[in-house]
Design a protein around this ligand. Structure first.
Ligand SMILES: [Zn+2]
Ligand SMILES: [Zn+2]
Length: 208
């Protein structure tokens, strides 16, 4: 934690310019990008500080979108997925344009409605190396991919694994109408157990 410099004062909260929305340390915010074509940056407020002329600065910890990461967006990344990075910055509080919520992966999958301000984070991200924590995640389905919460999956009553309708030769509409589902392995033989249960998510070069 950086020490407060003389003439500066730590603030508990900041009211977003032009609004009555109040943000506090620990809140997640949307920050105006320099390029107006781009979506807003997402950050977590670590510190709010005013100087003796009442200019407010915020220390932020950036969230990265999958497309901003070294490995890029991959098939299992959700549309609202963010990675909590180890990249910190100090910005003028004026660049804050709104508040948002970054949910845990589990809470995000339980949301009944995903609003524009709802995001989720399941990985921490090292900006210098492109590495993720955790380094491996569980995989599902025949295609052995990590769960993308944007894609519907159906659970097999036999092996309890989750499957993409398309990987089982079904449409999403057909899958939604099913009362019971058995995957192709469970409906024939049950001896072909899955042996792979993890998937590397960091770039290969990351391995020590
Ligand atoms: Zn699949
Ligand atoms: Zn099964």
């Amino acid at each position: 934690m950086a020490k407060t410099k003389p003439g500066r004062k730590d603030l508990e909260s900041y009211t977003i310019k032009g609004t009555n929305k109040v943000v506090k340390v620990g809140d997640c915010v949307l920050m105006r990008p320099s390029d107006y074509e781009k979506p807003p940056y997402v950050a977590r407020l670590e510190k709010i500080e005013a100087d003796n002329r009442s200019n407010v600065k915020v220390r932020v910890r950036w969230y990265y979108r999958p497309e901003e990461s070294i490995g890029g967006r991959r098939q299992f990344h959700g549309a609202k997925e963010l990675f909590l990075s180890d990249h910190y910055d100090v910005q003028s509080a004026h660049t804050i344009e709104g508040k948002c919520t970054v949910h845990s992966f589990k809470n995000y999958t339980k949301l009944e409605n995903v609003g524009a301000e709802d995001y989720f984070c399941r990985f921490e991200y090292k900006a210098a190396t492109g590495g993720f924590t955790p380094d491996r995640v569980a995989v599902y389905c025949k295609c052995e991919m990590p769960y993308n919460p944007d894609d519907l999956m159906v659970q097999c009553e036999g092996c309890k694994d989750w499957f993409h309708p398309s990987c089982m030769g079904m449409t999403i509409e057909q899958a939604k109408k099913l009362d019971h589902f058995l995957c192709s392995d469970c409906s024939t033989e049950d001896d072909s157990k899955r042996t792979l249960n993890s998937f590397p998510v960091s770039p290969q070069s990351e391995h020590k």
